[in-house]
Design a binder for this molecule. Sequence first.
Ligand code: SDX
Length: 393
Amino acid sequence: QAGVFTYDPGFTSTASCDSTITFIDGDKGELLHRGYPIDQLASKSNYLEVCYLLLYGELPSAEQMEEFEYLVTHHTMLHEQMVYFFRGFRRDAHPMAIMVGVVGAMAAFYHDSTDIADSHQREVASIRLIAKMPTIAAWAYKYSVGQPFVYPRNDLTYAENFLNMCFSVPAEEYKVNPILARAMDRIFTLHADHEQNASTSTVRLASSSGANPFACIAAGIACLWGPAHGGANQACLEMLREIGTPDRIPEYLARAKDKDDPFRLMGFGHRVYKNFDPRAKVMKESADEVLDLLGVEDNPILQVAKDLEKAALEDDYFVQRKLFPNVDFYSGIILEAMGFPTAMFTPIFALSRTVGWVSQWKEQLADPQLKIGRPRQLYLGETARDYVDIEKR
Ligand code: SDX
């Protein structure tokens, strides 16, 4: 039975959940979404089709895909009143702070999709979240650079729309490069879901109390922000910037091995994968494609990344501990090459993972035994003792 642990004090607790969505074998480096290997999905499918698979459990027919794509495309606009939420932030607000705030605020707008007992409303909330997240992330970016918001277009694919909303400006024509759109769609796909990671567990725990769906997803975004989790891609690029030049790589590799130094190699290692992260393999192919297209010579950060990857993969300390580049290492390189500021890396991860959070939220609510998550603890504190008046302390 999944996750039943017996602690010393003699009580039992189910510390995990049953799920049919994603399977990971960390030792083999295997990742399946509803049984389909991630490398096949990343090379043969696309993000919206993977969204359908995660949400409904099967790959869609052509007709089902057309209907799903129409629904998502026609829910990409935000209620115009929500523009004021963006304008309430300081210009230098981190885009993740804006995403947490705006997604949470959706709970105050879309009342007709917050009754979790109503299956139709759960569907509407799911579609709205998947459809609107690129608009929210893109507008958080535009607000931070002081450019006008660009509205979604129904003639563009999901990834093209996001790139257009981020990089086009009213003053000139912008054409989305198909190689970049493909790489963007692959980044979305490779970050779509990942079993019970910290942010997904946060969403499930919040939804177990029957909380508002938009508030549950906002909680997941908040958790993903941390540098040890979704914030790793931003932390990885900041580390590459700090290293600065290839000749300083040995100094940082030595620091990463030094137990007295809290420094860790951002973008390397994984809590579960004790082999190569299967997503990283596919992401590396995209990184090579994008760097070939955009060139790495004139970007010293990307040169440091290529040299660091090579040095770590040849270093016994990392190889013995199976500390290989993870999905965040390569996605950070691609996003840097595309021209995104590092502050936008985790919002893009959050955008991608929304379908995973929503799928797991729906699965949690479908459990007839829905019990509020209440993990127990192992108490290691003081035993009972009497109060002492301040005069006697
Ligand atoms: C994500 O859970 C998910 O699914 C998350 C995620 C998702 O899709 O949702 O995959 C996304 O969070 C990927 C991970 C992104 N984080 C980073 O890149 C941050 C850098 N990585 C480390 O913080 C670390 O690797 C963790 C937190 C990811 C994992 O840490 P663990 O579980 O402690 O790793 P471990 O037990 O395998 O460590 C084994 C050894 C230890 O040293 P020893 O005690 O054996 O001597 O390797 C060391 C660790 O100290 N180690 C590192 C290291 N990671 C582990 N040393 C240097 N640099 C590192 N990055």
